[in-house]
Write a protein that binds this ligand. Structure first.
Ligand code: ADP
Ligand code: 5GP
Length: 204
């Protein structure tokens, strides 16, 4: 498909700050004309999340019906819940020339890369695995058991980082938003290989 808009895909271990970053970007005048591709999910909304803004919240039955109708560009089942990208939504956004930002897991990022080879793939991490655990606990949105599940998945996700073009270390939020704006608007950012020694120190 020929698409005049640009597509930036963000993935991150759960709790790295991806939603926070995307919200800050969309409020930033430098990123005017940037839209968020709202995914569908069968998980429950967290406090403060709005249907149609953060996700389209649907029942598992509705989600499965959408799969059967071929409405997803890609979808996955993670943490016992469905998540997916609506094909008509993303095609409409791209065709209208907008800069589109998406939030998908590593499975979704691979599927998007296959469908849109020119997509910019960004991996977001906190400064360390310890910081990730602290942020996840501090968000108070998952039970201890579900938070543990998300943390163990993080190790698998970081192992897939080579498929990404860019890395953002979300330490200082304002600096991370600057980096994201640079990638979304200009297509320029720090490579996914990270600063020297970063990955060796990440899990310490
Ligand atoms: P994700 O969407 O990646 O799962 P969230 O955006 O929900 O993560 O962020 C997880 C938690 O970390 C939230 O409580 C958020 O306020 C906090 N957070 C996000 N960015 C930073 C940052 N740069 N420094 C400290 N805390 C942060
Ligand atoms: P959360 O429940 O924290 O909002 O999201 C859990 C995981 O699902 C995150 O890794 C997030 O990137 C991923 N995710 C959200 N929407 C989609 C989607 O449409 N497709 C895929 N493949 N993953 C998604």
């Amino acid at each position: 498909m020929v698409s005049p808009g640009s597509l930036t895909v963000l993935s991150a271990p759960s709790g790295a700050g991806k939603s926070t970053l995307i919200k800050a970007l969309l409020a930033d005048p430098r990123a005017a004309g940037t839209v968020y591709a709202v995914s569908h999910t069968s998980r429950d909304p967290r406090p403060g999340e709005i249907d149609g803004v953060d996700y389209h919240f649907v029942s598992p039955e509705e989600f499965r019906a959408m799969i059967d109708r071929g409405e997803f560009l890609e979808w996955t089942e993670t943490f016992g819940r469905y998540y997916g990208t609506s094909r008509p939504l993303i095609e409409r956004q791209l065709a209208s020339g907008q800069r589109v930002v998406m939030d998908v897991d590593v499975v979704g990022a691979k599927a998007i890369r296959a469908a849109f080879p020119e997509a910019r793939l960004v991996f977001v991490v906190p400064p360390s695995y310890r910081a990730l655990a602290e942020r996840l606990a501090g968000r108070h949105t998952e039970s201890a058991e579900r938070a543990k599940e998300r943390l163990s998945r993080a190790a698998m996700e970081t192992a897939e980082r080579e498929i990404y073009d860019f890395l953002i270390v979300n330490n200082d939020l304002a600096a991370a938003v600057d980096e994201l704006a640079g990638i979304v608007v200009d297509g320029k950012g720090a490579p996914a290989s990270g600063p020297p020694g970063f990955w060796e120190g990440f899990f310490k």
